[in-house]
Every structure is written in structure tokens, then in C-alpha cells.
Design a protein around this ligand. Structure first.
Ligand SMILES: CC(=O)N[C@H](C=O)[C@@H](O)[C@H](O)[C@H](O)COP(=O)(O)O
Length: 224
């Protein structure tokens, strides 16, 4: 079965911890992914080639890979340039996620070149976008699936406390491609909302894999 067929209607869990986060460690991300698998995740979204290798070794699950890196000349940080694409192609990840928002990329790099290289490497492209227009444009450029990852993280997209259900609704209505619901899925009830809106599958991160944020919610409950 293909990756996309395997994940339809199932839970994907994002296991990421950057260097400034308490769980930053490929060993820990591997264990986190194993816990997610035990809980019912069928695929993992993961950051960095080291984490991807460890997660695939420990879980055997398919992975959506990305590399987060900041450049001075652009706000784009999710798989921004060919260097990160090449790094990810050294792993066995099935799909590569990259920022496909309508913003200039670092070093003047162009999306069509990145997509062509990912496809040549035999991987699928997941377009992380923040608006309806960006989702439609990503589909035209040849992305294999769209994710609402960046809604709320560009200055021109709505800043919501939960998932962008409207964006999921509009894109899944107007596109033949899978549309993943990602970003601020805070509780199980959010999954029912995004699936009813037409999502292909939900991708959940912080609510499952960032214990410092989960703890903060409980701690805050004491101060209200
Ligand atoms: C905006 C951005 O950089 N999102 C990142 C994308 O890879 C991750 O930090 C998120 O955890 C992931 O998108 C899942 O979302 P949430 O953690 O809200 O469930």
C-alpha cells in the first residue's frame, strides 16, 4: 500500500523537540514515537535526519520528514532550501514536508526546483501552507498533499486558538489532493471537527509530545 492510502483517516503524530526544548534528543524522540505507535499513530512527523533515522529504527513507522533551519534572509524555516532537502533524502522518510507559503525563500531558491528534487528522490511532497490561496498554488505546483501547518504562523493568516477548520473545509472541498489538518489540534474533539470538515487525516503534535506545554495547561488551571 502507498503511504497516503495507509494514513487515510488515521492518526499521525508529530514528534519534534528543537535544541531549546527539554526533550531535544533523538533517543527521546524515538521513544516518544514508540509511545505514539502504541497509542495508535500510524505515521510520525519528525524533524532532522537523526531523529528520522532513530524513529524509523525504533518504530518501523512511515515518516513525514522535515528540517527546521533559520536563515537571515527569509522567515521560512521548514525545509527552506535544497541543503535541507538533500539532508532528508539521506533518510528513508516517505514524505518531505516543506513550507510552501507565498514568501521569498532563503538564497532566492525556488519551489519548483525543490519539488523536482524531492520527486526525483522518490519521495512525496507535503505542502505546509497558511491560507487557501497558498494551498491551491501548492497543488498547482505539484505537491502530493497539503497540510494546514502554518495557519496562524504567518502574519496574514488567522490567529486561532484551535485548528483552522474553515481552511480544512475550503481546501478539501476544492482540491482532489489529501488535505491534512495540522496545527493546534488540542483535544480529541478537535479531531472530530476537522474530519467532519473533510480532512484526510489529522496531524497532532504538542498536545501529545510536548510535555512542557501539557504541564503548563495543568499548572495554569491552579491560577484561575
Ligand atoms: C508552526 C510550526 O512550526 N509547526 C511545526 C511543524 O512541523 C511543529 O512545531 C508543530 O508541532 C506541528 O505542526 C504540529 O502542530 P501542533 O503542535 O500545534 O499540534
Amino acid at each position: 500500500m502507498s503511504f497516503l492510502a495507509d494514513v487515510q483517516g488515521k492518526l499521525i503524530v508529530s514528534c519534534q523537540a528543537l535544541p531549546d526544548e527539554p526533550l531535544h534528543s533523538s533517543f527521546i524522540m524515538g521513544r516518544m514515537a514508540l509511545a505514539a505507535k502504541e497509542g495508535g499513530a500510524v505515521a510520525i512527523r519528525a524533524q532532522s535526519s537523526d531523529d528520522i533515522r532513530e524513529i524509523q529504527k525504533v518504530t518501523g513507522l512511515p515518516v513525514i520528514g522535515l528540517v527546521k533551519r533559520n536563515y537571515e534572509d527569509s522567515p521560512i524555516y521548514i525545509t527552506p532550501t535544497m541543503a535541507e532537502v538533500e539532508d532528508l533524502l539521506t533518510t528513508d522518510c516517505e514524505m518531505i514536508a516543506l513550507d510552501m507559503t507565498d514568501r521569498p525563500r532563503p538564497q532566492g531558491e525556488k519551489l519548483p526546483d525543490l519539488l523536482a528534487r524531492i520527486h526525483e528522490g522518490g519521495r512525496l511532497v507535503l505542502a505546509d501552507i497558511s491560507t487557501y490561496e497558498e494551498g491551491m498554488a501548492a497543488a498547482k505546483l505539484g505537491a502530493d498533499a497539503i497540510s494546514t501547518t502554518l495557519s496562524g504562523y504567518t502574519p496574514y493568516s488567522p490567529q486561532l486558538s484551535g485548528p483552522d477548520v474553515e481552511l480544512v473545509t475550503a481546501l478539501s472541498r476544492d482540491l482532489d489532493l489529501p488535505v491534512f489538518a495540522e496545527g493546534r489540534i488540542n483535544e480529541p474533539a478537535d479531531i472530530q471537527r476537522v474530519m467532519a470538515a473533510g480532512a484526510y487525516a489529522p496531524i497532532v503534535g504538542s498536545a501529545i509530545t510536548r510535555p512542557q506545554l501539557i504541564t503548563a495547561k495543568f499548572a495554569q488551571a491552579l491560577s484561575v
